[in-house]
Design a protein around this ligand. Structure first.
Ligand code: HEM
Length: 544
């Protein structure tokens, strides 16, 4: 008997090619279709040709091996071929062939550094796969475009259908309006008072600053969005497990954001990554908070109140499931991000005591002595150095380091590159913010002065530069992204960051704990969809 006769080989080749064309044209991603095309079909083929083999195992090996090899060769061959629409783009071969390489980088937390290197090597348009990561230009045109599918269809950030999106975004715009945000200040005050009291009790101990920023941000988001008291600050721990579950679950988002078709396989993927149900826990804790909020009624003007149209402004009420999932989204999207930014501001201030001192002087000038910083938050928006410190930290280490992906709806060009419709692209915030063409001098250094409006600037070295020598391109500063899909929580986050900084800088001397290595901390930051930070141990001492 001839092992793997010509007939068998051509059948496997023919079916493999047809299935490749199906994948290329329709991109099926559902579990049943994937199983049918990748497992059942070669199984049927094996059954048909098995009488040509000595035994069934040889038939399986030959048919399945041949079938999958053909698919891989077709996919990879097309991607590196000159007929691929993005063939003229320069870039590493492994990136052109598959998204697995960039996914590997993302899941290991190195994506921001890797893409930064790609930009240094290839320029503004740096491919990381059939997706392109680029700097300024696309970001502007990208703002209104659809997002690539991130696997969550029910929450605002997962909506790709732009005929649905504006309607879903409207309640968010209402809930983040100036008037609505003013109403959230009382929630912030109660969390901040708890934070001050908790830190007073921990004087003399080394505390992990990023953890405390996370407790603060979660407590505020819980109160602000769902009137839910997590009490993390009071307990000094992750009371519900919500924080931990989100941080574990984000690893899966790092996969899905680069390989969206693996979304239906999330439960399996989670198990492979050693995650036994973090998103289930997030949903469970979130749903429980939503249920409690619904039972309590809409007495409080929290974000949920606005999302569910508690003021009866719309004829068409939003579905409660939609409001529930967006309420949970606010906690997820708004907590880690703000906590990361705050940790970075403190980190830079700890590294540069002169900046810390200058900030304290400004706080003292606005709130003399022990004047309560929480009585009037409006003043904080007009404190130039405070805002400069926040912006400078957001510039150097934006919490969403690599930006989120968008899909080009209408073909466009960037420089000499043609970007076809449907290309997935993202603006790399980390690289853009450190580009000397946009921020100069000291693009990689924390220098808040660049945000102040002055005629001359004194650099840390003592050198003086005039405002004409300074390059400060604010249009490239996009930590919250820009356009229709930009972060709706920006004003809430800014309110929170200013308030936490003012309160802590006024009240405490914050110093690096003995033995804590400031130099290593920033290098250990990991870009896994959101930023993961290592411990930053500090001592706090009340100033009065
Ligand atoms: C320093 C803090 C924050 C940063 C740096 C940040 C950054 C971002 C970025 C870069 C995006 C992606 C926008 C895009 O797709 O282009 C985003 C989306 C989003 N953020 Fe924020 N964010 C912060 C705080 C918050 C807060 C406090 C909330 C909630 C109150 C929030 C809610 C959201 C939501 C719901 C989205 C999805 C918007 C959409 O897809 O339409 N964020 N954020």
């Amino acid at each position: 008997m001839v092992l793997g006769s010509l007939g068998v080989k051509s059948s496997v080749l023919g079916v493999g090619l047809i299935v490749y064309l199906i994948y290329k044209t329709f991109e099926p991603a559902s579990v049943p279709v994937t199983l049918a095309l990748l497992v059942v079909l070669p199984g049927l083929l094996t059954a048909m040709v098995q009488n040509q083999f000595d035994n069934i195992f040889l038939a399986i090996a030959e048919v399945y091996g041949g079938y999958w090899t053909i698919l891989v060769i077709c996919v990879a061959g097309y991607r590196v071929s000159p007929v691929h629409p993005l063939a003229t783009f320069p870039g590493p071969l492994q990136c052109k062939v598959s998204k697995l390489w960039v996914t590997y980088k993302a899941t290991h937390g190195n994506l921001h550094k890797y893409v930064h290197e790609l930009h240094a090597k290839y320029g503004d348009v740096a491919p990381t796969s059939s997706q392109y990561v680029m700097q300024t230009q696309l970001n502007r045109s990208c703002g209104t475009h659809r997002k690539a599918h991130n696997g969550s269809v029910s929450q605002l950030d997962g909506i790709t259908d732009m005929s649905v999106y504006p309607k879903r975004r409207k309640p968010w715009n209402r809930g983040t309006s100036v008037a609505a945000v003013k109403g959230y200040e009382e929630f912030l005050v109660s969390v901040l008072r708890e934070l001050i009291s908790a830190l007073e009790q921990r004087q003399g101990q080394a505390i992990n600053l990023p953890a405390w920023m996370v407790y603060t941000a979660f407590d505020f988001m819980g109160e602000m969005s769902l009137s839910r008291q997590f009490n993390n600050v009071m307990a000094g721990s992750d009371t519900t497990g919500f924080i931990g579950a989100i941080e574990v679950g984000v690893n899966q988002l790092a996969w899905i954001s680069h390989i969206p078709w693996c979304a239906p396989f999330m439960p399996l993927l989670g198990k492979m990554l050693g995650d036994s149900g973090s998103w289930r826990s997030v949903q469970k804790i979130g749903s429980e908070a939503v249920r409690a909020r619904i039972e309590a009624g809409s007495g409080r003007r929290d974000l949920f109140h606005h999302l569910m149209d508690g003021d009866d402004l719309e004829d068409d009420k939003p579905a409660i499931e939609t409001v529930a999932s967006d309420g949970i989204l606010a906690i997820i999207a708004g907590s880690d991000t703000a906590a990361t930014a705050l940790s970075h501001v403190f980190y830079f201030l700890l590294r540069d005591p002169k900046c810390m001192e200058r900030l304290r002087e400004e706080v003292q000038s606005v709130y003399p002595g022990a004047t309560d910083t929480m009585l009037d938050f409006a003043k904080q928006a007009d404190m130039p150095y405070l805002n400069a410190c926040i912006n400078e930290a957001l510039r150097l280490n934006p919490p969403v380091l690599s930006g989120l992906q968008k899909q080009v709806i209408k073909a466009t060009t960037i420089g000499s590159y043609f970007i076809p419709e449907g290309t997935v692209a993202s603006a790399h915030h980390y690289s853009m913010h450190r580009d000397p063409r946009y921020f100069y001098p000291l693009p990689d250094q924390f220098w808040p002065e660049r945000w102040l409006i002055q005629d001359t600037y004194t650099l840390p070295s003592g050198e003086v530069v005039t405002k004409d020598q300074l390059v400060h391109n604010k249009s490239v500063f996009v930590p919250f992204s820009i356009g229709m899909r930009s972060c709706p929580g920006k004003s809430i986050a800014m309110l929170e960051m200013r308030a936490v900084l003012c309160a802590l800088v006024q009240k405490f001397e914050v110093t690096a704990a003995p033995g804590s290595s400031l130099e290593e901390w920033e290098g250990n930051m990991r870009d896994v969809f959101i930023t993961f930070l290592g411990p930053l141990m500090v001592n706090v001492k009340a100033r009065y």
